[in-house]
Design a protein around this ligand. Structure first.
Ligand SMILES: [Zn+2]
Length: 248
């Protein structure tokens, strides 16, 4: 184990990566018994390098992980010196379980076909399109997709008096003024739709949501990976609360 009280003082702060690389090169090329000549920091770094290469992890991700590990070591050293509990990294499965327990937003994990064709239902043993199996063994789990049940989130909001009052903003607080755009409800399209629909007018409560999708390519990380961000906005809350998390 690395002694956490002893910082890796042989590594320069300003350009640590180059210093480490030089040292590894030097030892590999000029030492007969090279393994003994490596410092513990260098051996740890080589282990990381091996893992990054084994899984074809992009160079930028490798740098980010390195910065992150260094930050973590610094925090651990500080905590140890101060006699506090040192932070550690959780395994991803444990983290998922912790997030599920602690986050106010509850989501379900659904098994999906490895090729992305379908979401598996409980008793499906294989994908009915590509025949890929729905593995339930803990060692070889299926791909999963997180699904947020919006209906149950809204139900939770409705059950609480305080949040229910807040989501009645469009009916109770918003005031339409001709020629003045103060909110999405001032929009011509909304006004036209709501004036035509008796169902909307007569309903106890209307729920207004907006779904925004923004796709981008993170060229620093990988040129062929596309990312999409989904934003679901709940317009029933007053505008100043819409970007906040409101949990009953
Ligand atoms: Zn499939």
């Amino acid at each position: 184990m690395m002694e956490l009280d002893e910082p890796a003082s042989d590594v320069e702060e300003n350009n640590p990566k180059e210093v480490d690389d030089e040292r590894i090169e030097f030892n590999v090329n000029y030492s007969d018994n090279w393994r003994d000549d490596f410092t513990e920091s260098e051996l740890y770094s080589m282990k990381l390098k091996q893992t990054l290469e084994q899984y074809s992890i992009p160079t930028q991700a490798g740098r980010d992980i390195t910065y992150f590990i260094r930050l973590m070591i610094k925090r651990t050293q500080k905590a140890t010196k101060a006699g506090d509990i040192a932070p550690t990294i959780l395994f991803q499965d444990t983290l998922d379980a912790v997030l599920k327990k602690k986050l106010p937003v509850k989501y379900d994990d659904l098994n999906v076909c490895h090729n992305g064709c379908i979401v598996f239902s409980e008793n499906m043993s294989e994908c009915d399109r590509c025949k890929k199996d729905n593995s339930k063994s803990p060692k070889r789990k299926s791909k999963t997709m997180k699904m947020l049940n919006i209906g149950s989130q809204i139900a939770t909001i409705l059950c609480d008096k305080q949040t229910r009052e807040l989501i009645e903003y469009p009916r109770n607080e918003f005031q339409f003024k001709q020629g003045e755009y103060t909110d999405i409800f001032s929009d011509e399209e909304y006004q036209r739709l709501s004036s035509r629909s008796n169902t909307c007018k007569e309903a106890d409560l209307n729920i207004y949501m907006g779904l925004y999708i923004d796709g981008f390519e993170n060229t620093n990380v990988s040129k062929h990976q596309h990312f999409s961000i989904l934003h679901l906005l709940f317009f029933n809350f007053p505008p100043h609360l819409r970007a906040d998390c409101i949990c009953p």
